[in-house]
Structures are given as C-alpha cells and as structure tokens.
Ligand binder design. Structure first.
Ligand code: NAD
Length: 380
C-alpha cells in the first residue's frame, strides 16, 4: 500500500495539496492518505470532510510524515519535514526551483526524489497536471476583480438619465494563461480592453476575446515564441520600440494588469517610472510578475505602492492563494492526475517510470543530487 502524507502549509500559504475529491480518488487507488489536522481549513476543507472521503486525519505533521512514501505540498517543504521521510520517498510540490538554490540543495541532500510541478511539460497528456495554468488562470481572474475594487469607479459604460459613465480602459500586458483570463474577466465586467504580448500567437487570441491587440509586430516578434510555447527574451532594440508604443498607450489607461514572464529569468521591465508618472490619478496597476521582480520599475513585491501622482501599484505574491477553495481544488487535481501515473492500480504499489517524459521533466533531485538540466546547466 502506498502511504501519502499531506501536511499544513506555512502561515502565508492558504492553499493545501489535497481536496475532498482527490482524497477520495487517492483512496480509490488503494493509497493510505494521511492529512495533518487542520491542513485544509483555509481552503474550507475541514478534517471531517476529508475524513469522510477516506483520509486519515492525524494530529501533527510528524504523524503524517511517518512511513510516508509520498509527501504532497503546495510550497517547498522544510528540510525538517523531508528529513523524517523514508529514504527515496517522493516529494511533489511547487518547489520554486529557480529560487533559494542553497535551500533546494539542502532538500536534495535528504535523498528524497523531489518533483516540481512548475516544470510539468506542456504536452497534451499533461494538460491536466499543469499547475502553472490552473493557478495562473485564477490569478488572472482575481487580479482584475481586485483592480476593479481598488479602482473606485465603474467598469462598464452606463448610460443613465443623469449622464453617461464611461467604460474603464483596461490594458493587459502579457497574454499567457493569466493574461487571457484577465482579458476575459475585464470584458465580462464591461471594460474596454486592450492587450499586448511578444508572441504572435497571442494576436488572434486577444481578438477572439473581443480585445484590441497592441504590439510591435516586426521580424523579431514573428520569432518570439520558443518551441515550448514561451516567450524569448527580446533584444534591446525591440524593447525600446515596445516601450515607445506602451508609453503612448498607457497614459490613457485606468487599469493595467501585467503578467509578462520569461521562464527562469527576472520579469522584463515593461513599465518605466516615467510611464507611471504619465498615468491618471486613481489608475491601478496590478503586477502579477511581482514574484520575479515585477514588470514595472516601481513595483514593491508583496506591497501596494502609491505614487505622488496617485497611481497605485498592487504587487501581490500569491493571488491564486486568495481564491484558495478553487486554487486548492485545481492544484490537488493536478497532483492527482500526476500521481495516478505513478501508482500501479493492480498491485496498489508505487511504480515510477523514471523514463516517462513527465517524470523526467519534473524530477529535480534524486539520490541526493540535483538532476534537472534546467538547474544543472546555465539558461540558454
Ligand atoms: P508565462 O507565464 O511564461 O508568461 C506570460 C506571458 O508574458 C506570455 O504570454 C509571454 O509571451 C509574455 N511576455 C514575455 N515577455 C514579454 C514582453 N517583453 N512583453 C509582453 N509580453 C511578454 O506564460 P504562460 O501563461 O505560462 O503561457 C505560455 C504559453 O504556453 C501560452 O501560449 C499558453 O497558452 C501556453 N500553454 C500551453 C499549454 C499546453 O500546451 N499544455 C499549457 C498551458 C499554457
């Protein structure tokens, strides 16, 4: 029998790595699921609800970890948690693989096999395991809802007997998963939406959501997408042209949501101090790239900065965590579909196929060593 442990996250992480649905499904695979008491509370998954789906609720993290073959977490576990696992146990989490390298090396030294969900290959088979998509989608939604609340003006155009309220102008920078949901959400709220990206594939997506596409569409733009579907770092020349275009557009915007990222690199700085100074008092910027330094020059990660001209720059570090019921449910389902590939349904034992593309793609450390090529080689 495979024993799976879920322990509580730190105080700054409301999500949890299991849901009532996945507890039931894991038990259905023949697993023994041990959950630390209270671990699901901030996602509204009570001990009783998880117990009713077949999980064993244990008083402490140590009780959950004892004899576990697999530890499921949202964030990187502490070295103390991993230390008490069996040698060779699997740890599956969002390990923030490019952050705190010394801490990652220390975890690797425990001999656990560390998997990071952020590296899940973006192949059709693994779509249901894609945590970047499941969490970024919610973050994109919440960014717009929060921005609308901060804006203190109406979003849709309203024609009333007392006069017309104009539609808010919303500009989305970076049209990946978060950006697409931000566009859709802003449109649902009735805003006038425009969006930009460096990947040509996004042009049609933006149009199909009823938003206006604004971008420098030169030769470099045509080549800006990697085979994996991500953006490439752009040349200084492109960035200059992009900045000129953005400078003209941004001064008329009420809400700007930035989501631009390049895997393994600091977030590109797309909005300068001068651009922010050109914006209207009351305008709101939500910077979803804050965790990687932010897309604006004035972003203070984790804080809301207010500029002398009255522009607020909201730079949350965990927006998906602010819709924890949905975020945990989707994340837990991502984990479940991954785990399902590792558990032999007949024998009810752990059978990891170390040659599987999704295993190789997510395995960060094994037998005491960091093994993932993204972490053993310098970025291309
Ligand atoms: P991401 O979080 O890495 O980046 C967000 C967006 O920022 C991207 O669209 C990127 O092009 C953009 N960006 C980067 N530099 C920029 C710049 N200088 N100016 C403007 N925009 C810039 O991306 P993501 O949300 O993870 O999505 C990347 C792609 O992968 C998307 O096309 C997405 O639809 C695709 N995807 C595929 C699968 C799959 O096939 N299984 C799953 C999820 C996402």
């Amino acid at each position: 029998m495979v024993t799976i442990a879920v322990t509580a996250e730190g105080t700054d992480e409301p999500r949890v790595a299991i849901s009532p649905e996945t507890a039931k499904k894991l038990v259905g695979l023949g697993a023994h699921v041990k959950v630390q008491s209270g671990a699901g509370l901030r996602s509204r998954f009570s001990d009783d609800v998880l117990r009713a789906q077949g999980a064993e609720i244990v008083p402490t993290a140590a009780d959950a970890l004892r004899d576990a073959d697999i530890l499921l977490k949202v964030r990187r576990p502490s070295p103390d948690e991993v230390k008490v696992l069996k040698p060779g146990a699997l740890v599956i989490a969002m390990l923030d693989p490019y952050g705190d390298r010394a801490g990652l090396d220390a975890l690797a030294a425990s001999n656990a096999s560390l998997f990071t969900m952020e590296f899940m290959p973006r192949i059709t088979r693994a779509q249901s395991m894609d945590v970047l998509s499941s969490q970024a989608n919610l973050a994109g939604y919440k960014a717009v809802v929060d921005a609308a609340a901060m804006f203190e003006q109406a979003m849709p155009m309203m024609m009333t007997a007392a006069g017309t309220v104009p539609a808010a102008k919303v500009f989305i920078m970076g049209v990946g998963v978060a950006g697409l949901q931000a566009i859709a959400t802003a449109r649902r709220l009735g805003a006038q939406v425009s969006a930009t990206d460096v990947r040509p594939a996004t042009k049609e997506q933006v149009a199909s959501l009823g938003a206006k596409f604004v971008a420098v569409e030169d030769e470099e733009f045509k080549q800006a997408q990697t085979a994996a579907g991500y953006a490439k770092p752009m040349s200084a020349e492109y960035q200059k042209k992009q900045a000129e275009l953005v400078a003209n557009h941004i001064k008329n915007q009420d809400i700007v949501v930035t989501t631009a990222l390049i895997p393994g690199r600091p977030a590109p700085k797309l909005i300068s101090r001068a651009m922010i100074e050109s914006m209207k008092p009351g305008a709101v910027i939500v910077d979803l790239a804050a965790e990687r330094g932010g897309n604006t020059e004035l972003t203070e990660p984790g804080k809301t900065a207010t500029t002398p001209n009255g522009v607020r720059i909201f730079a949350p570090l965990n927006l998906a965590g602010e819709v924890p019921v949905n975020a945990s449910s989707l994340y837990a389902k991502n984990l479940y579909t991954f785990l399902e590939t590792m558990i032999d349904k007949k024998d009810k034992t752990l059978k990891v196929n170390w040659d599987d593309e999704i295993v190789k793609g997510t395995l960060v450390a094994k037998d005491g060593k960091i093994v993932h090529p993204n972490l053993t080689q310098s970025p291309a």
